[in-house]
Write a protein that binds this ligand. Structure first.
Ligand code: WTA
Length: 655
């Protein structure tokens, strides 16, 4: 059922190490007593409403929840503006001088922006967007690096009610084009480039190629990174410069009063087909979830904390736990543009020391890289400001967890392993750091108000210890409201496998203590360095190459990335199975989709293992690629195909 070998999971489940919250941490925690779970259980709608009340509403809701499965409306009739929650509220409370962002560029350039400065900047951008004809309900695509202007543009869209969609600035022109076209964006906001490992990434040329085929795009608003960075690209026909459009604008802009259920953003994520899904999130519920989870999971103390989430705003983690959650809480944050190992592998720890970071949130893939680079890098720095650590995006192996706890957390910081998804909008399964005894490798228990179940194939519930499909059984405020333009796919993907329940696509096990262990995806979705990729998407890209007749892609276990894509390829007649062609195909995928999707390996094969009905048996390919004993082959049409493949793979490994 899962991508992870059964033996590993059983070993994990006998994990007996457990860490109670340190007394000192518990004494100051935002959530100190397990009663919070009981209270939320007694009245889960009331629990969420109590969080919504902490936001600033223009008009209060009439009904907390209208649930016509699978369609939820939260805080029905309520009106508010998302940017007000993150900015105006704090400035009005006299906190305008508090630092919103300590920004550091990869070359070392630094900027500090207060909440008041962010508000002024956001208003200028909002006025600029309006001057370009963008208004409520229009779609705006953002293709920008990690700079404060990205957060500003997100909040500026929210301010005028435009629906924003951030595309991670590592995606290819084709991926960007597909997303712009899917949402018929009127405006693209981009940067000319950014710094990565000492080199300039030319983002403008990506946008230039992407918008050629996008008839909906009226203007491209171009922000210049500066700092000696130059884009060699020719002007884009619809290009207008940030300094001309945004620069002269007034620093105030009245916020649009939005319905709680008005869409806030669309974020694309990979599904099981070749076409990414535009996940739609709305305003009131999403903010409620982001506010509550940030405050309790990260134990935020806005007066004193310096929080740093190392994700990119191009992913959901950056939306919920850089922009909306932390900013709605009014905390100060670090934002860093570049690579963790530039100019040296201690860059992150240098930043933690410089800015006295107290809460740090990153991904297991990064932790595994830090382990590999060596303990000397964190040891060089004073990390005593840290008080809480978090992880997200993929299962964390206990060894990495223990390393994180010791080398980064100095054995004094609780670790919150947070399970959630683009679709859930906010954290769903997690320890609460002042309450939960943490266990290396387990995300522990659902957040208060959330109910999870493990189901068997036939939909019956696994009670007590055991494994199954992970489902969420109640609506929650920050849940996705749909897939942009595709209601049918929304219903089918999430709500039809187990009718009326949200099927997450992950498998999980519950141990004897009631803790949950996420086993990974049970569908054709891979998790590469914490980022979701669809096997189908990479397959479609491979078969678009003239040399390829057929392709099957699988994710195999990878020491650093968690999983890595491997492509099995049948060539068309007239093409030779050369190393050079394999390299060309790897590069082809990287150019078509983005560097993340580049296959680790290409295996040429004359045939693929298929069921009698013609379905490729990816599970068997995975066994071959991981060098494991091949599993059940009884449904295979031609068992000899596998032997050939195994030999092919072993030969490849040797060279
Ligand atoms: C995986 C990222 C184990 C899971 C926020 C999920 C995790 C997918 C964890 C969502 C975790 C996320 N432990 N697995 N703590 N967090 N995942 O949409 O497979 O990019 O379905 O959201 O990442 O990835 P997405």
């Amino acid at each position: 059922m899962t991508n992870q070998p059964q033996e590993t999971i059983d070993t994990l489940l006998s994990e007996e190490r457990s860490f109670a919250p340190p007394a000192e941490f518990q004494a100051q925690a935002n959530a100190q007593s397990a009663e919070i779970y009981t209270q939320a259980e007694q009245d889960w709608q009331g629990w969420w409403a109590s969080w919504a009340e902490q936001l600033q509403w223009d008009k209060k809701w009439e009904q907390v929840l209208d649930w016509q499965a699978p369609y939820a409306k939260w805080f029905v009739g309520g009106k508010l503006n998302a940017s007000v929650q993150c900015l105006d509220r704090h400035v009005q409370a006299g906190l305008g001088n508090r630092v919103a962002f300590y920004f550091e560029g990869e070359p070392g350039d630094q900027r500090t922006l207060s909440y008041a400065e962010m508000l002024e900047g956001v208003c200028q951008v909002a006025n600029g967007l309006k001057s370009l004809g963008v208004g409520k309900g229009d779609r705006v695509t953002l293709y920008m690096p990690m700079v404060p202007e990205l957060a500003m543009t997100v909040l500026a869209c929210a301010r005028i009610g435009a629906i924003f969609s951030v595309v991670f600035a590592g995606f290819s022109p084709t991926s960007l084009k597909d997303r712009i076209q899917d949402q018929s964006a009127k405006l693209v906001v981009c940067a000319d480039g950014c710094w990565r490992r000492g080199k300039v990434l030319d983002l403008k040329s990506v946008v230039q190629q992407a918008v050629k085929e996008c008839t909906s795009v009226e203007k491209v608003l171009l922000w210049s990174r500066g700092q000696g960075l130059r884009s060699e690209s020719a002007p884009i026909p619809q290009e207008v410069a940030w300094e001309d459009v945004v620069g002269p604008q007034p620093t105030t802009c009245p916020p649009e009063s939005m319905d709680a259920e008005d869409p806030l953003f669309i974020l694309y994520t990979s599904g099981t087909t070749g076409k990414p899904k535009g996940i739609v999130h709305t305003t009131g519920g999403y903010l409620t979830g982001a506010l509550a989870t940030s405050k309790l999971v990260f134990d935020l103390k806005p007066e004193t904390d310096v929080y740093w989430c190392t994700a990119d705003i191009g992913w959901i983690t950056g939306h919920s736990y850089i922009v909306f959650g932390p900013m709605a809480n009014g905390v100060s944050q670090v934002m860093y543009e570049g690579a963790p190992n530039h100019p040296a592998p201690d860059r992150f720890w240098q930043l933690v020391e410089t800015y006295r970071v107290s809460v740090f949130y990153t991904a297991p893939t990064a932790i595994r890289a830090f382990m590999k680079w060596g303990d000397e890098h964190p040891s060089k720095h004073d990390l005593s400001s840290l008080r809480l650590l978090g992880t997200v995006g993929e299962p964390i192996n206990p060894e990495a967890w223990m390393w994180y706890q010791k080398q980064i957390g100095g054995e004094r910081c609780p670790i919150v392993d947070t399970w959630w998804q683009t679709e859930t909008g906010g954290i769903m399964i997690t320890p609460l750091p002042g309450i939960t005894a943490t266990v290396p490798g387990s995300a522990t228990t659902p957040f208060p108000g959330i109910e999870t179940k493990l189901l068997r194939e036939d939909g019956s519930e696994v009670e007590g210890a055991g494994g199954g499909y992970l489902v969420l059984t109640r609506p929650w405020p920050s849940m996705l409201r749909g897939i942009w333009g595709d209601a049918k796919r929304y219903e089918e993907t999430y709500w039809s496998r187990f009718p009326g329940k949200y099927f997450a696509g992950d498998g999980a096990k519950r141990d004897a203590h009631g803790n949950l262990w996420i086993l990974g995806r049970v569908d054709d979705v891979m998790n590469v360095s914490g980022h979701r990729l669809s096997t189908m998407e990479i397959e479609s890209s491979l078969v678009a190459h003239p040399a390829v007749a057929e392709a099957a892609v699988i994710g195999i276990a990878h020491e650093l990335k968690g999983q890595a894509p491997v492509g099995f390829v049948i060539l068309r007649g007239g093409y030779d199975q050369t190393q050079q062609l394999a390299e060309e195909l790897r590069q082809f995928v990287a150019t078509e989709i983005g560097g993340l999707a580049r296959p680790e390996n290409i295996i040429f094969t004359p045939e693929l293992p298929k069921t009698r009905s013609g379905k490729i048996m990816r599970r068997l390919l995975r066994d071959v690629a991981e060098g494991k004993a091949v599993g059940d082959v009884t449904t295979l049409a031609d068992p000899t195909v596998l032997q050939g493949l195994q030999k092919e793979y072993e030969d490849k490994e040797k060279c």
